[in-house]
Design a protein around this ligand. Structure first.
Ligand code: PRX
Length: 649
C-alpha cells in the first residue's frame, strides 16, 4: 500500500490556504506520512501499554495490516483504572439523562465498580478470553459498562442497535457464535416501551449458540424469563467490591465485531482490534475537537453504531472526559429537548448528524432561541454529507457564528475520523460542506474507474493509499470478502465506496455512496439487504429497493415488489407487510413506500434493473435500457405510481 516517497505529500492541503497557526498541522501531517514509524512511536503513547510494541506496522500480510506488533494493553484499564490512579476518581465519566428527565452522574470510580462487578459476573458465567457476547441494550449506563466489562476480560462484544429486529439479531448471533446475550426488559422511546427482551426471545428461536441471557430491568414491565437461561443483571452483577484484573491483550487481539451493511444481503462483521483502534480513536478525538479536560462532551449518536462505540465509549473515556449519555429521542417530549440538555448541562461540544440538524431546523429557530447555548464552543457532524442550508443554520443559529463546524468523515471500517478539520492545530479556514483535510496519517486520493488520479475539482472514488491504525483487522470469519470488498478494485488500496472531489486548495468534499448502500437518517442500509428480507415475507416474489432523496433523512427507502400470485397489494396489506418487516428486521429497515407491479424491469439474464426502476420513479431518463427484457415493465411502474399518488392525494 505504500507509495514511493516522491509523491508522499500529494494528499496534503496546499500551503497557501493555511493560516500561520495551521502550519503546525501541515508539518505534523507531513511527519505522519514521511516518518510513520517515528510518528506513531510517539502518538501511540496516548494509550498506557503493559508492554511496548516491538514494531509499529507489519505490512507483510497485506491487506491485513497489523499495528504495534507485540504491544500489550487493556482497553478498560485505559478507560478507567489509569484515571483512578491519576486522582480523577471523582470526575464524572457520564452524565446520563433519561428520556423522562431523570439524571444520574457516574464517576470514574462508579464506572470502575460497575465494570468490575459485571466483569466478575461474566467470568462467573464461564466466559473467557476470545468468547463472544452480543449486547442489545437501549442507551442506558449498563451499555458502556457491559462493553468495558467484556473488554476487561478479553471477551469480544458485538453491540446490535436497538432498532434492529429478531432476524437481524439471529443473523449476528449465528455469525459471531455469541454465547451470552445482554439485553433489557425494554427501553423507552418517545414515552413508549420498546420491547427488547421479547425480540431477543424471538431471535433465540433461530439460534443455537446462546447459553445465557442477562436482562437489565429498565422498564419493569412484564416479560418472559426462561429458567436457567435468563438472569437479571442485578442478580449476577452484585459484588460491588469485585476487583477483576484486566486481561493482558495483544495489540491485534479482537476487541469487538460491529455489523454493517454492504452490497450483499449479508451484513459484514467489521472486526476492530485493541491497540491500533485505541490509538486511533483517542488521537482523532484530540486532533479533531481538541477537547479540554473540563469540557462536557455530547456525542448524540446511539452506541449501537460505530460513532457511539468510538466517540461515546472509548475515545472520551481514554481522554478522561465527561460525556452526556442521553437515553431518548432528541425532539421528545418537545422539539427543544436537545437545546434544553445543552443549556442544563452546559455542554461545550455537540457532535450530531445532518439528519438531526435538518429535523431540528425544520421545527424552527424559536426552539433553540428559548435556551442559552453560550457554553457551546464546537459543533460536529457525521454520517452524511451536510447540505449548505443545514450547515449555515447549525453555524449561525446554534453556534452563533463562533463555533467551528467539525464535519468528520469516516466509516465503521475506519474506526475513527479519517477526513476532518483538526481544531487541535488551530485550524480555522473551513469551507461549509467540506470535511476539509485528512487526519494525520491518512493518505487519500481520488481515482477514476481505471485507477487513475483525477484532476482537482473532478469527481471520483475516494481511496486511501496506505494503512492507518484505526483500520479494521478483517471481516469476521470472512477474510476473502475483506480483500474483495475493500482492496480489489484498486489493488492494495482501501476503497471507501464513496464518491468525493478534492478541490484546487486540497479540500475534500464527500458526495455520497458509489454503491448500492443507502444512508437513511445517517444509518447505513444495504438495498439488497432490504430486498432479501422482502422476498422472504408473505408471498413476495421479487423486490427492487432504492433510495429517494429525502429533505430530512437523506435517503428514504422505496420498494417495488412482485407477488407470487401476480395480485396487487391493497393499502391494508401493505401496512401488514410493513409490520412484518418491522418485527423481523426492525423499524429502521421498513420501506417508506411499497408498490406492487406484475413485472419488474430485468436484463435478459434476469437481473432486476434497480437503477431503471429508480429513474422511472424519479421521473428521470432511465439511461441505457438496451439490455432491458420487457419494455412494458416500465409502464407498469408508471401505472403503479399513478395509482399510489392518486391514493395519497
Ligand atoms: O457515505 C459515507 C457516510 O457514511 C458512510 C459510513 O457509514 P457508517 O459506516 O455507518 O458510519 C457512519 C459514522 C461514521 C460513509 O461511507 N459518511 C460518514 N460521515 C460522513 C459521510 N458522508 C459525508 N460526510 C461525512 N462527514
Amino acid at each position: 500500500m505504500r507509495e514511493s516517497k516522491s509523491n508522499n505529500n500529494e494528499s496534503l492541503p496546499t500551503e497557501e490556504v493555511h493560516t500561520p497557526s495551521s502550519q503546525r498541522f501541515l508539518s505534523f501531517t507531513k511527519e505522519a506520512i514521511d516518518n510513520p514509524e517515528e510518528f506513531w512511536n510517539t502518538q501511540a503513547e496516548i494509550i498506557t501499554w503493559y508492554k511496548r510494541w516491538e514494531k509499529v506496522l507489519d505490512e507483510s500480510n497485506s491487506p491485513f495490516f497489523r499495528w504495534f506488533i507485540g504491544g500489550k494493553l487493556n482497553v478498560s484499564y485505559n478507560a478507567i483504572d489509569r484515571h483512578l490512579l491519576a486522582g480523577k476518581r471523582n470526575n464524572a465519566a457520564y452524565i446520563w439523562v433519561a428520556e423522562d428527565g431523570a439524571e444520574h452522574i457516574l464517576t470514574y470510580e462508579g464506572l470502575s465498580q460497575r465494570v468490575n462487578s459485571f466483569a466478575k459476573a461474566l467470568l462467573d458465567l464461564g466466559l473467557k478470553k476470545g468468547d463472544v457476547v452480543l449486547i442489545y441494550l437501549p442507551m442506558i449506563l449498563e451499555l458502556p459498562v457491559a462493553m468495558l466489562a467484556a473488554a476487561r476480560i478479553g471477551v469480544v462484544f458485538s453491540v446490535v442497535f436497538s432498532g434492529f429486529g429478531a432476524q437481524a439479531i439471529a443473523d449476528r448471533i449465528n455469525d459471531s457464535g455469541a454465547k451470552v446475550v445482554i439485553t433489557a426488559d425494554g427501553g423507552f422511546r418517545r414515552g413508549k416501551i420498546v420491547e427488547l427482551k421479547k425480540v431477543v426471545d424471538d431471535a433465540l428461536n433461530m439460534t443455537k449458540s446462546v447459553e445465557y441471557v442477562i436482562v437489565v430491568k429498565r422498564t419493569g414491565h412484564e416479560i418472559n424469563m426462561v429458567e436457567g437461561r435468563d438472569f437479571w443483571w442485578d442478580q449476577v452483577s452484585n459484588d460491588i467490591n469485585a476487583k477483576v484484573k484486566p486481561e493482558v491483550m495483544d495489540s491485534n487481539d479482537p476487541l469487538y465485531i460491529l455489523y454493517t451493511s454492504g452490497t450483499t444481503g449479508k451484513p459484514k462483521g467489521v472486526v476492530h482490534g485493541n491497540g491500533g483502534y485505541s490509538v486511533w480513536v483517542a488521537n482523532t478525538l484530540k486532533w479533531a475537537f481538541d477537547p479540554k479536560p473540563d469540557d462536557r462532551w455530547w456525542c448524540a449518536a446511539d452506541i449501537g453504531w460505530v460513532t457511539g462505540h468510538s466517540y461515546i465509549v472509548f475515545a472520551p473515556l481514554f481522554l478522561g472526559l465527561t460525556s452526556i449519555l442521553y437515553e431518548g429521542a432528541i425532539d421528545f417530549p418537545s422539539p427543544d429537548r436537545m437545546w434544553a440538555i445543552i443549556e442544563r448541562y452546559k455542554v461545550n461540544i455537540l457532535y450530531t448528524s445532518p439528519t438531526a440538524i435538518r429535523m431540528l431546523m425544520k421545527y424552527g429557530d424559536v426552539y433553540p432561541q428559548k435556551h442559552n447555548l453560550d457554553s457551546l464552543r464546537e459543533l460536529g457532524t457525521v454520517g452524511e454529507p451536510i447540505n449548505p442550508a443545514a450547515w449555515n443554520w447549525y453555524y449561525t443559529v446554534i453556534g452563533k457564528g463562533k463555533c467551528p463546524i467539525i464535519d468528520t468523515y469516516w466509516q465503521t471500517e475506519t474506526g475513527g475520523f479519517i477526513i476532518s478539520p483538526a481544531s487541535y492545530f488551530g485550524f480555522d479556514n473551513l469551507k461549509p460542506g467540506s470535511a476539509t483535510f485528512p487526519m494525520p496519517g491518512i493518505d487519500p486520493v481520488i481515482l477514476d474507474d481505471s485507477g487513475n488520479e483525477v484532476e482537482p475539482g473532478n469527481k471520483g472514488f475516494l481511496v486511501i493509499r496506505r494503512p492507518w491504525p484505526g483500520l479494521m483487522l478483517t471481516l469476521n470469519k470472512d477474510p476473502d470478502r475483506y480483500k474483495a470488498v475493500y482492496f480489489s478494485k484498486f489493488p492494495g488500496k482501501y476503497q471507501t465506496g464513496d464518491y468525493a472531489v478534492k478541490d484546487e486548495d486540497g479540500y475534500f468534499w464527500l458526495l455520497g455512496r458509489a454503491d448500492e448502500v443507502l444512508k437513511v437518517a445517517g444509518h447505513r442500509i444495504g438495498t439488497i439487504e432490504v430486498e432479501d428480507a422482502l422476498v422472504g415475507i408473505a408471498n413476495i416474489a421479487e423486490a427492487a429497493v432504492f433510495g429517494k432523496p429525502d429533505p430530512i433523512k437523506g435517503d428514504a427507502i422505496i420498494s417495488f415488489v412482485t407477488l407470487k400470485s401476480g395480485e396487487v397489494l391493497t393499502p391494508a396489506k401493505i401496512n401488514e407487510l410493513k409490520q412484518q418487516i418491522r418485527e423481523r428486521l426492525g423499524p429502521i429497515m421498513v420501506p417508506e413506500e411499497i408498490h406492487t407491479v406484475r413485472v419488474l424491469p430485468k436484463t435478459r439474464s434476469g437481473k432486476i434493473m434497480r437503477r431503471v426502476v429508480k429513474a422511472v420513479y424519479l421521473n428521470q431518463i432511465p439511461g441505457d435500457i438496451t439490455t432491458l427484457e420487457d419494455g412494458a415493465s416500465l409502464e407498469e411502474i408508471k401505472t403503479a405510481l399513478e395509482t399510489f399518488r392518486k391514493e395519497v392525494t
